[in-house]
Design a binder for this molecule. Sequence first.
Ligand code: FRU
Length: 546
Amino acid sequence: MSIQQIFSLCGGVQNIARVLLPDDKLIIEVKHDVEEPNAPEFIKTIEVQGETQLVFRRPADLTFDEALALDQTLAALQKHRAKAYQTPIESEWRPSWHISPPIGLLNDPNGFIYHNGQYHLFYQWYPYGCEHKDKHWVLLTSDDLVNWTWQRVALTPSAWFDSHGVFSGHSVSQGDTLYTFYTGNTRIGPQRDRHTTQCVAIAKGDGELVKQGPIIEGLPPGVTEHIRDPKVFKRGELWWMVLGAQTTELQGRLAVYTSRDLKHWDYQGLFGQELGDFGYMWECPDMFELGGQDFAMFCPQGIEFESPYHTIGHHNGLAKAQFGDEITLELSDFQALDYGFDFYAPQTMQAPDGRRILCAWMGLPDEVDQPSSDEGWAHQLTCFRQLDYRDGVVRQYPIRELESLIETQQSVVLTEALHDVGVQSFDLSLTLEWGQSLNLFEGDGHQLVIKANAETHQLILDRSETLNRAADVIREVDIDTDLIELRILADTSSVEIFINQGQYVMTSRVFTSKQSTCMSVLGGDVNACLKTLKAPKAPFANEATA
Ligand code: FRU
């Protein structure tokens, strides 16, 4: 029996929600129940998370190309379905210049790259609710990193190797060909066993990504199915693929494969042992050179924090990386990239002028219950940040292109009296002395407090008087300077605080009333430079508004 005949027993291609091909089986999840097929290939019906799956014997003559062709049919249907979810829903929490999903849930930035004369940025998206399910990739493009155009839903969970999520990854630009590496995530059977493969999709002339299938199947020795988020880069003659991995002893590590042609990959080993017991899983690695030093950036999960206020085990940061003569890698001096609440899965890209530019998910795994979720969308990306490494210090700055959004600029003296800015989207620069506090998003019973605590010499970010629903409300960072220089970007439901010229950063989503547009300083007057920011041309980076 051909696969087309099996599809028609399942109510036709329109009725197919997912296809899986584990071992010698073909499993089809249907949208609407059908009569049990009366065919020798049919084995049984199973229920998986409330959905019906029909299990068949895999047709013996099913070729890889035939299966990929079916994937394209399902992908077209899934992309068509997602089209109805591309118009941004109105929301009082909607940022005016950060990238947010039109509806549904956004998480990691993916495939961030300058390609064919344009910045390309993909992100993880689940259109059909504020939950972590069946991830798609959205593609946005830009000429200036400020005005973004929604291009399309680039990848959907349509294939047997990624049917439960086209997970995160990076892109490589070769001439006018874009190679996009990602992790295919599938769950098999009622027990939902996870199966992970590393996959590639290639875009040529017209820019449409075409899936080529898995390039790495099976697991390296001593690694669980938690191995994902490929970063691919070239060193000398060899391409390297670095993956976030979990060992069978539940230690987070980096797994490395190498290739000469981007197609055939050889496993080289696990790296990062020198960091010891450093979380149970490392996600979303990136590797790059900055100011003559190689760095590995990744997100270790499960590290406990000393601070009683910090209860979330999702960390972010970068370590110095030392490449050996053979294919080896040593990590040292791990440091956090962001000391706030909402910063995860950062990716970097090299701009044509050589700048290393970072963008991260302004959100955290497991946290979806926020006021915007009531309106049908969750999370946003951070602003684009230039990374520098000088005199042993890694710094982050908002990219200079953001200056094109300045609408008004004024010098203000901030005092205990409320200064009403009238808007919640601004770029504020000032210097605090120890003992002073800056209140932002103030009014209507809300405020976000940034306090220079003279006793502990810590800058404290306190979001306890906002509508934020996450458990943690306080973050702190140790500062050893006499004065604390701040540059703060606020955008309706977020704040990014760059401290002492980007040596530290604190990022948070901030949910307050629309009327909370005031600011004040306690503990002495402060001169500040206040710029209000306007929305870019396509504020939601969405087709409907572009
Ligand atoms: C990080 C992450 C990645 C994974 C993706 C799935 O936020 O868990 O490891 O590829 O999200 O959406």
